[in-house]
Design a protein around this ligand. Structure first.
Ligand code: ATP
Ligand code: LTN
Length: 334
């Protein structure tokens, strides 16, 4: 077993991946596989908390995997797997459910947002979503969880559940995980509404840059992005959310700092900033999309990667399930 610290993260295949998902999460996933023992999940069980077409959900899992591979996530260095392939996620979620309170789950802002958006389908899974996420994390004795800012509250819940179970059991069943949130780009905003988070399930596609968007669509969306009327290129989230968002995206795709951009664009207009940003995003995504298409061709390779990932993740989950069940008082299977 590796002596590197364990990292786990996941994304639910609930819509096409956006640049927000890359900047807030996947960018760190790629960097961390060099230095940590990483597990990255396709969180399909989370995705069914909103209604899914089964064939489309299956297809999207392959799409996500190809994008992960195209970004350079490497099945030889990180465990890439489908959440539903490892039974321990559902098993541990049940156990944790019995330690989570209705009150704390009711306070989760993501639940309040999503329940408010789709009032016809406020299912128990949507409410319980953060407990399943805590199970994903605690199942592997995870130390760090690379996510965007919106997941901070869920991480706090996972920490509380770990500490609560450890205290009640009188022994350390779970490692208490830490969030790992980027300093810049932890909250990429909608292009047309820069006070709300860019999100893959947004109905308005002009608000998001999808990782598989065509260059012309990217350019068009960025040109139409909402800015402000003072004309100054300066990072100030409160006063200038639109321009700040464009600068954060630029810094993430061009691997430079916001201070460098502010200096380079001092005195230039928003038109110029948008044209250059569109070029930078297209230059960043084009090679990615090419690699994506190559991976997508080879289904048997993809199936092999997922089989390997599931086997490795399941083996790693087993000791934690056994420990947590024993500490709870369950009779061990004979
Ligand atoms: P959905 O619309 O289905 O809720 P989403 O786009 O908000 O999806 P998630 O699956 O909830 O994405 O999140 C996957 C990861 O991407 C998480 O780590 C999350 O914090 C991060 N993330 C999502 N949107 C953004 C964003 N706009 N900026 C930065 N990080 C983000
Ligand atoms: N809920 C997360 C996706 C997710 C996740 C995880 C993130 C599912 N399981 C485990 C980190 C660790 C979201 O981003 N919506």
């Amino acid at each position: 077993m590796s002596d590197k610290s364990v990292v786990l993260s996941g994304i639910q295949p609930s819509g096409a991946l956006t640049l927000g998902n890359y900047v807030g999460a996947i960018k760190n996933w790629v960097a961390m596989q060099e230095t940590h023992d990483c597990l990255y999940a396709l969180a399909d069980m989370h995705a069914i908390t909103v209604r899914q077409d089964p064939a489309a959900l299956r297809e999207r899992c392959y799409e996500f995997l190809c994008l992960y591979l195209a970004f350079g996530l490497d099945p030889d260095r990180a465990t890439l797997f489908v959440q539903s392939h490892v039974a321990g996620h559902a098993q541990l979620a049940w156990l944790l459910n019995c330690h989570a309170s209705m009150g704390e789950l009711t306070r989760m802002t993501q639940f309040k947002d999503k329940a408010g958006q789709d009032t016809d389908n406020i299912n128990a899974g949507l409410f319980d979503y953060p407990v399943l996420m805590a199970a994903d994390i605690l199942l592997y004795q995870t130390e760090a969880v690379p996510v965007g800012h919106d997941q901070k509250q869920h991480l706090e819940l996972a920490r509380n559940l770990a500490e609560r179970v450890n205290t009640r059991a009188g022994e350390e069943v779970f490692t208490v995980p830490e969030p790992f949130i980027p300093e810049v780009g932890a909250r990429v905003m909608r292009l047309g509404e820069p006070t709300a988070k860019m999100s893959k399930s947004d109905d308005v596609s002009a608000n998001s840059i999808y990782l598989l968007d065509e260059p012309t669509a990217i350019t068009k969306k960025i040109k139409r992005a909402v800015t402000d009327s003072d004309g100054e290129i300066r990072y100030d989230e409160a006063e200038k959310p639109g321009v700040s968002n464009l600068l954060a995206i630029y810094a993430a795709v061009a691997d430079c700092t916001i201070a460098e951009l502010e200096r380079d664009y001092a005195g230039l207009g928003y038109g110029r900033l948008k044209t250059d940003l569109a070029d930078a995003v297209v230059a960043f995504l084009e090679p990615l999309q090419r690699r994506y298409a190559e991976f997508y061709e080879d289904r048997s390779q993809l199936a092999g990667i997922l089989a390997r990932g599931a086997e490795s993740a399941a083996a790693r989950a087993e000791p934690t399930i056994a420990h947590a069940f024993r500490a709870t008082g369950f009779v061990p299977p004979v």
